[in-house]
Write a protein that binds this ligand. Sequence first.
Ligand code: CU1
Length: 557
Amino acid sequence: MNAHATTHSHGSDAHGDDVNYLNWKTGIWSWITSTDHKRIGIMYLVTILFFFFLGGLAALIMRLELANAGPDFLTPKIYNVMFTLHGALMIFLFIVPGIPATMGNFLLPLMIGAKDVVFPRMNLLSYYVYVVGAIMAIIALIMPASGHLFDITKWADTGWTFYAPYSIESGGAVVMMTAAAFVLGFSSILTGLNFIVTIHKLRAPGMTWGRLPVFVWASYATAVIQTLATPVVGITLVLLICERLFGIGIFNPKLGGDPVLYQHFFWFYSHPVVYIMVLPAFGVIGEIIPVFSRKPIFGYKAVCYATLCIAIAGFLVWAHHMLVAGISDTSAIYFSAITFSVAIPTAVKVFNWVSTMYKGSIRFTTPMLFAMGFVFLFMIAGTTGVYLATLAVDVFYHDTYFVVAHFHYTIQGGAAIGLIAALYFWFPKMTGKMYSDTFGKFTWLLIFVGFNLTFLPQFVLGMEGMPRRYFDYLPQFESMHKVSTVGAFVNGLGYFLAIMHLAWMAKFGKKCAENPWESLSIEWQCPSPPPHENFHEIPVVTDWTYGYGKPVEGSSH
Ligand code: CU1
């Protein structure tokens, strides 16, 4: 168990050979045609962060409008456009590809001891399908059916859920937008298929299912959901397009269609998609906490089973989004009860993370602070989810700011912060360089203070009856909204500085040790940044205790 000696010997190997995936071929063409999973991960990262920035901008415009009661600088119509922009960009273009397309692509082959994913060209295809979907989404969001590019009052305004019947009648470019989501779905499916086959087929000798890093388990479960759930939303959106163009009478009540049927179809995908967003983040946290607690993860098997249970349960709970939409009492009781049961595997995970830290020798580095913050925020996200799953309570809380706050604790507190934690943790792996830990902690502080300042008041607003998606509100809500707006700007500044800092350090940062965190996990056993083919020789995994066992033999020799 001599981590230091091991990393040192690997380090000297790499110094003799300074060619890595970043410099082995240069020029923009070598990037955009690369089938290297690491480069594709980086291209995805740059692209999704661009949309994260745009989606954040739309959020800040909304928060500015909401800082004071009464109309300020937006009209109600443009406010609707803003929350549609925010939701659609953040969901379809940032958080759904999110960790799998970026960190998953970068890490998965490294973590199973493979030279690449099993279908490298399909991997590059998934990126370009994403780009095509993204361009369609931008056109759809900003250009209405009538073709008025700069007339913002005519931009799409249905919200990211495209609920019928409004989405059938809205003047916004719903057909183009849903077609974009349809195309983006293929990108997600291709990534999922690639990951499933890669994990089945390309594990290094000795990398048994019982030795897989928890991030790989999380990516596997996510890939299964991506592959099984995404086609359902694809078909649903095609039906919506047909309803709009041809009036087939499936969702439009005027033609005998059923808008609640649309909600069933939509949430059959869009609840599992929440786990596409957060399961990979669970995996990230499960990698970070053991390294900085200097302990193996507590209850490895329980973590893996809990991951699979969450993925399966995710398919059984969709109609909890419709508890007050007129479904029968019997189904409401069923969906409420099954939703409660999701809390069990989730609590198992939280228990495992906390037990891993217990009596560990904890190092409070930037990634560890993000991981610990994640656990705290996800506790709030999970417990408030139980409130919303409770039938009597949901009658009051549905469609209020309570839902907005719960959702953002899950998706921003979970998935987005999970991605930032992953970037801070694997940055030395990806770039071979180190950032300023002090500045990293400063961005952590901004993000956490800003996040809680934004969304804790929204729980209170929701409990007091403030409806979501409203442009205006009664004066009694004003002070809470003001706090929320200040928080949103602090939060946004935190993300902006964190990403700018890492981008700057990727270019100008100092070279660091190959394995600065002294991790024993397999991905740190090859040079940092890794060579094009990851491992010069496929490693043989022996006697592996996850995260703190004997290092792999044979890597980078
Ligand atoms: Cu849900």
